[in-house]
Design a protein around this ligand. Structure first.
Ligand SMILES: [Zn+2]
Length: 408
C-alpha cells in the first residue's frame, strides 16, 4: 500500500540535441560505463570468498581502474562510481536470490554488451541559467547539450537533482534528471472510495459502474507493430536495409510505450484526485499467463504502469492506494456474498437474490469491499504491522516505493 507524506523520486526527461562529435562522446561515456561495470564483475568473479567483495571494495577498485586506463579517468569520478554500483547491484541481486532460495535461475551476474546509458551523480555537469541547456564538464568531451521537452526542471532546486542519466534510444539521446521531491501536494479529501477491475473489454471498470475504454492507440499499435516486424524479415540478413527496418520497429515500440505512459499517468491522476481510497487487483507479472496475443500483452504493460502511477499519485496527494488478491472477485455476489460460478464469456452477474450487474462492475464492487476489509482487519490490534514502516491514519502498513517504479 502506498500513502502520502514521504519524499519520492521524480524522473524528468528531455531529448538531448547536440552535434555528431557530441553524440560520439556520449557513446564513449556509455562504453566506459559498461567497461567499468564489466571489470568490476570480473574482479568479483576472480576474487576468493575471503576477499568478501562488497560495494565499498568495488568502489575502491574503480579508482584503480581510473589510474590504469586514461579513458576511465576521463569520465567523471562519481560517474565511474555509479558504474561500479551497477555491478554491485547485479551481484547483490544474485546474493539475495540465493539467500531467499528463489526457485529456478538465481541470476548469476553476466557481462553486459548492450549498455545504453551513462549515469552522473551530483558532479560532472552543470545546468545553464537559461534553463534549457546542460553542460557535461568531465573530460569525455560531451560538452553542452540542448534540452528539448515540456517538463520544467527549474521548478526544482538544482540540489534536489540526485542523478543525471544520458540514455540512448532508437530515436536519439535523452537526458533524465532524477529529482528528490517532497511530493506531498495538498489535494482535498473527497470522501469517495473506488474499486477497479482490469479487463480486456475495457481498460478498467470501477465500482460505480463506469467503464474506462481501452485507449484507441492500442489496436492501431498492434497493426503497426506487426507490419514493422514483417518488414524486418523481408530484408536480407546483415544488410543495411534490415538494420533500418529494425530501427523503424524499435521506434514504433517506443512511440507506443510513450503514449501508454501518458495514458496511464493521466488516468491514474484523475482517479487519485477524485477518490480518497482506491482498491485494485494485485496483478502479479509472474503469475500472469504468458500470452501471444499482442493487444493483451500491451494492455498488461499498461495496467502495470497504471498501477504504479496510482501508487505514485496516492503518495503525492496523501491518499490511499491498495492492492488486493483477485481471487473470487468475479464469482461472488456483491449483494449477498453467494458464489455464482460463471465462465469468462458470461458478461452478466445474475444472482438468485435479485442482484443483476455487469460482470466487471460486480467484480469492482467486490474488490473495493475486500480492500476495506483488509484495512479494517489490519487496523485493529495491528499485530501484523511492522513498527519500522510508516503507517497511515488507519494504522495500515505502507510502503514507499512508487518513485522507484517510475525510474525504469
Ligand atoms: Zn446475490
Amino acid at each position: 500500500m502506498v500513502q502520502g507524506g514521504e519524499s519520492s523520486v521524480l524522473v524528468l526527461e528531455y531529448k538531448a540535441k547536440g552535434n555528431k562529435a557530441q553524440y560520439q562522446a556520449i557513446e564513449e561515456a556509455i562504453k566506459t560505463t559498461q567497461f567499468v561495470r564489466n571489470k568490476c564483475i570480473r574482479y568479483w568473479m576472480d576474487a576468493s570468498r575471503e576477499d568478501n567483495i562488497n560495494n565499498a571494495a568495488l568502489s575502491r577498485y574503480s579508482t584503480v581502474l581510473r589510474a590504469d586506463f586514461p579513458f576511465v579517468a576521463a569520465l567523471n569520478s562519481m560517474a565511474v562510481q555509479a558504474a561500479a554500483e551497477r555491478a554491485w547491484f547485479a551481484i547483490s541481486r544474485f546474493y539475495d536470490n540465493c539467500k531467499k532460495n528463489k526457485p529456478g535461475k538465481k541470476g548469476y551476474p553476466r557481462f553486459q554488451h548492450d549498455n545504453r546509458s551513462v549515469e552522473y551523480k551530483t558532479s560532472g555537469w552543470s545546468l545553464h541559467p537559461t534553463k534549457r541547456r546542460i553542460t557535461f564538464t568531465d573530460k569525455k568531451g560531451i560538452g553542452k547539450l540542448k534540452l528539448m521537452g515540456k517538463w520544467d526542471i527549474h521548478t526544482y532546486p538544482v540540489k534536489s537533482v540526485k542523478r543525471v542519466r544520458i540514455v540512448r534510444r532508437a530515436d536519439g539521446f535523452y537526458v533524465q534528471f532524477c529529482v528528490d521531491v517532497e511530493c506531498k501536494e495538498q489535494v482535498s479529501s473527497t470522501g469517495q472510495e473506488i474499486g477497479l477491475d482490469f479487463g480486456l473489454e475495457h481498460f478498467y471498470t470501477d465500482s460505480n459502474g463506469y467503464h474506462e475504454p481501452n485507449p484507441c492507440f492500442l489496436r492501431k499499435a498492434e497493426k503497426q507493430i506487426k507490419h514493422a516486424q514483417r518488414r524486418i524479415y523481408k530484408k536480407e540478413k546483415g544488410k543495411n536495409g534490415r538494420k533500418k527496418a529494425r530501427n523503424r520497429y524499435a521506434r514504433k515500440h517506443l512511440k507506443i510505450s510513450r503514449k501508454r505512459t501518458e495514458h496511464a499517468k493521466s488516468r491514474a491522476r484523475h482517479v487519485m484526485r477524485s477518490n480518497d481510497l482506491c482498491v485494485y487487483e494485485n496483478l502479479q507479472v509472474k503469475n500472469m499467463v504468458r500470452n501471444h496475443h499482442l493487444a493483451k500483452s500491451i494492455n498488461d504493460a499498461g495496467w502495470r504502469q497504471f498501477r504504479s502511477y496510482l501508487e505514485y499519485f496516492a503518495q503525492k496527494y496523501g491518499k490511499v492506494a491498495l492492492a488486493v488478491e483477485p481471487h473470487y472477485t468475479s464469482q461472488q455476489c456483491p449483494q449477498c456474498g453467494t458464489m455464482v460460478k460463471k465462465s469468462l464469456s458470461t458478461r452478466t452477474h445474475t444472482c438468485k437474490c435479485g442482484c443483476v450487474l455487469q460482470r466487471d462492475h460486480a467484480a469492482a464492487i467486490n474488490i473495493l469491499r475486500k480492500g476495506k476489509e483488509k484495512i479494517a482487519t489490519s487496523g485493529h490490534g495491528g499485530s501484523k504491522v511492522s513498527k519500522r514502516k510508516p503507517r497511515n491514519a488507519r494504522g495500515v502498513e505502507t510502503s514507499v516505493q512508487s518513485g522507484a517504479i517510475l525510474i525504469e
